[in-house]
Design a protein around this ligand. Structure first.
Ligand code: BES
Ligand code: MN
Ligand code: MN
Length: 458
């Protein structure tokens, strides 16, 4: 094992060069004009996984390909670990806000700046390098490994569940390991106990046959812009709660122990406020900021489109307004139920004189972990050894739709340990990964594979 850690140390320069190559490929899954680049990214990753010592196939789907790597030399009695990550990235816009271009990885102040550095190419690549370190130094691993890298996570993984269902035997495993989240703070490794789900909609409001002169007609017909504003305003009450009747019926109250663990984390509302540049934090009354982020659902406008938005004034009543509205969900909420509640609410609150239409975009189910047992212990030990600090349990405000689906279909628990840091600009301009975490993270994952083998034998 110490050989593997020495190997990581000696080869770090090469690992970083390789990661830079990976980051230079603009694998933007949402944009079809980048389809060739997204495929090239899959092929590039497959080649590196082969060099690491895995047997690798790039499997076509209806969308972007899935890279599947396998090493089964540990034998039938050893546990099998399924490593999941994604090689696709979010669009980089707005480009003018990047200090260095998104697909030209650049190091500044101990950080690798590039789209995908933290989410998730950098973290996925850390697994590949940890596996390589074992296979290059001892020729084997204490566990069997299947690495599944998809290229559609950022667009809601539309082809992954069918893929999993079609390859159940090949993906059969004892534990799923994912590094696509962050650490609670610098130097403080973390293991996730939850992820929120997602239900994402477009609300359209239609009015008159065409746009109208706002003087000639204003005051005599319902303006879709006004109507949509009314609808949006009605989504929350004055306590910051979501006002769809029945919305909280399926929300599980978290146990006292987890709430105490959350309260014990080193968090300051004032610091968060300053970092974000806002005068006040806001959210559901009765819950702390971390609880609001991790164990409570939300409803947020993600975008709006309506009327005249170009230079100067145009006096017009638009005949159409649209808002993109997403809900983050917690156990045991379902996107289908939220859609029904939203439809009922729209029927109730939409003013007369306009019509509404609800379109469903992508979604994902919430996840709650069991953070106990031999695999969890292995992760805690590996993180403590690599970072010199015991990991803390934390929640994840974001969504990784496949996690619950893996657990249900493969009957294996998921272990989520990630290495991005607060403020690393996921999905935003100037995304970065800490060089130190890249290095320590590879060590932690090499230790993890070792300990997963050892703990399973306990
Ligand atoms: N890696 C993130 C999810 C994440 C980020 C979890 C931070 C916990 C903390 C993932 O790539 C992501 O961005 N997921 C999307 C969902 C998807 C359906 C587009 C999200 O959360 O918005
Ligand atoms: Mn991700
Ligand atoms: Mn993401």
């Amino acid at each position: 094992m110490s050989d593997a850690l020495t190997f990581i140390d000696t080869n770090l320069g090469r690992f970083r060069e390789e990661l830079n190559e990976f980051l230079r490929i603009p694998s933007i899954s949402a944009k079809s004009e980048y389809d060739d680049e997204t495929s090239r990214s899959a092929e590039w990753l497959a080649s590196r996984m082969r060099e690491a010592g895995l047997e690798v196939e790039v499997l076509a789907t209806e969308g972007h390909p899935i890279v599947l790597g396998e090493w089964r030399g540990a034998g039938a009695n050893a546990p099998t670990v399924l490593v999941y990550g994604h090689y696709d990235v979010q669009p980089p816009e707005p480009l003018e806000l990047w200090t260095s271009p998104p697909f030209e990885p650049t190091e500044r102040e101990g950080r690798i700046y590039a789209r995908g550095s933290a989410d998730d190419k950098g973290q996925l690549y850390m697994h590949v390098k940890a596996l390589e370190a074992h296979l290059a130094t001892s020729g084997s691993l204490p566990v069997n490994v299947v690495v599944l890298a998809e290229g559609e996570e950022e667009v809601g993984s539309p082809n992954l569940v069918p893929f999993v269902d079609a390859h159940l035997e090949r993906l059969a495993c004892d534990v799923v390991v994912i590094s696509d989240t962050g650490m609670f703070a610098e130097g403080l490794p973390s293991i996730l106990f939850s992820l929120r789900g997602l239900a994402y909609f477009e609300i359209h409001v239609h009015g008159a046959r065409s746009d109208l002169h706002s003087g000639e007609f204003g005051g005599s017909v319902m303006n879709p812009g006004n109507a949509l504003s009314q609808i949006i305003a009605s989504l929350h009450d004055d306590q910051g709660r979501i006002a769809l009747p029945g919305f909280y019926d399926d929300v599980v109250e978290w146990d006292a122990e987890t709430r105490a663990q959350i309260a014990a984390l080193p968090h300051s509302d004032d610091e968060t406020r300053e970092e974000l540049g806002v005068a006040a934090l806001a959210g559901e009354q009765g819950f702390s900021t971390l609880e609001r982020l991790w164990i409570r659902p939300t409803c947020d406008v993600n975008g709006m489109l309506c009327g005249y938005t170009d230079e100067g004034a145009k006096t017009v009543l638009p005949n159409h307004a649209m808002a993109k509205v997403s809900f983050r969900l917690v156990p045991d909420q379902s996107g289908a139920k939220v859609k029904e509640l939203l439809e009922a609410h729209l029927r109730n609150v939409t003013p007369a004189g306009v019509t509404w239409e609800l379109k469903e975009l992508h979604g994902g189910r919430p996840w709650k972990a069991r953070i106990e047992g031999p695999y969890f212990d292995a992760a805690a030990e590996a993180l403590e050894e690599a970072f010199g600090t015991k990991p803390v349990p934390m929640g994840g405000g974001g969504s990784i739709p496949i996690v619950v689906e893996f657990e249900e279909r493969l009957h294996a628990p998921a272990l989520l340990l990630g290495f991005s840091l607060p403020g690393c600009n996921l999905h935003a301009p100037n995304e970065w990964l800490s060089v130190e975490n890249f290095e320590k993270g590879i060590g932690a994952l090499a230790l993890l594979y070792d300990k997963l083998g050892a703990h399973a034998a306990d």
